[in-house]
Design a protein around this ligand. Structure first.
Ligand code: DGY
Length: 321
């Protein structure tokens, strides 16, 4: 029997994924699910053929340079791969894959949850019920923003952006979008394309951020761009926290320029800007976009499909390097 490839798995995996991986690989697991430092990751990578990592593992050029020569493949348990320095991997001939498609629906569902939660003041309402500060039904109590029939701007009309648009159409929302390239009519489904994001922003009663993170989009939603949005607009972010300049967003939420925001992702998460915790008009979730059992199993299986392909000498299914 040929030796099974040696695999370091940096975080705990869903049980069904652990079962499958343990059958085909000699695995080193992270039973207590702690976040590994770069030093620990490098130590544990010694002698491994591949790594299965997550968005919390920073695979930066320094770490890539120090990886042992045995490591030939890195699979990330995520669609986003801004935490992986692809050029550094390519320079060392290390292959890498991600997990697109399987988390599209779960992430789009969370975007709609945030959109409605922010618009209808779900956090404040929840808190009032739990804390017993709700006194009586009233015609003017806790009024929110109507979503049905409004305009939704989508920044980044890839798979997840399109799935958000599909759901928003059920609310009769008019879809505007900015994307690096215009979609074909069958994918556009009547959505209004803007050649620049700046052109789109004045049309956004709601804005959903669905573009990849990384240096190109760092702090994309800044004070200048917020100023272009209608007063009273609502921002939803399920992509990456780095796309938002927190100082600018917090100022706009405090001044009333924006009515509310719904955020699932944060710069430096879980250490988000503490000012968010003080604001009643942000609906906050702890990066739950893909957090359903079905989706996390599917992500794990996709990561394993890519590793299996690599070790069988087949092309990767979802190559990023
Ligand atoms: C991803 O896959 O990039 C998601 O952010 C994880 O939920």
């Amino acid at each position: 029997m040929t030796a099974r490839p040696k695999l370091l798995i940096t975080r705990r995996l869903p049980d069904d994924v652990t079962k499958r991986v343990s059958a085909s690989y000699e695995v080193e697991l992270n039973a207590d699910d702690h976040v590994m430092s770069a030093d620990e990751l490098l130590t544990r990578a010694q002698g491994k053929d591949a790594l299965l990592v997550t968005p919390v593992d920073k695979i930066n050029p320094d770490l890539v340079e120090k990886l042992p020569a045995s490591v030939k493949m890195i699979a990330t348990f995520s669609v986003g791969f801004e935490h992986i320095n692809v050029p550094a991997l390519k320079a060392r001939g290390i292959k890498a894959s991600n997990t697109p498609d399987v988390l599209t629906d779960a992430t789009a569902d969370i975007a709609l949850l945030l959109l409605l939660g922010a618009a209808r003041r779900a956090y404040e309402g929840e808190r009032a019920v739990r804390e017993g500060t709700w006194k009586s039904w009233s015609t003017v109590y806790m009024l929110g923003v109507h979503a049905t029939g409004k305009r939704l701007g989508i920044f980044g009309m890839g798979r997840i952006g399109q799935a958000v648009a599909k759901r928003a159409r059920a609310f009769d929302m008019t879809i505007h979008y900015y994307n690096r390239s215009r979609l074909a009519p069958d994918l556009e489904q009547g959505a209004i394309y803007h050649k620049t994001a700046e052109d789109m922003l004045p049309h956004c009663d709601f804005l959903s951020i669905n573009a990849p993170g990384g240096p190109e989009t760092q702090h994309w939603l800044n004070a200048d761009r917020i100023a272009k949005m209608p007063t009273g607009a609502i921002v939803v972010n399920t992509a990456r926290g780095g796309l938002v300049d927190d100082t600018a967003l917090i100022a706009a939420l405090k001044s009333g320029k924006l009515f509310a925001a719904g955020l699932d992702v944060f710069e430096n998460e879980p250490n988000l800007n503490p000012a968010y915790r003080e604001l009643s008009n942000v609906f906050l979730l702890p990066h739950l976009g893909s957090a359903t059992i079905d989706t996390r199993n599917a992500m794990g299986f996709k990561a394993l499909d890519n590793l299996d392909a690599f070790f069988a000498g087949r092309p990767l299914i979802d190559p990023i390097a």
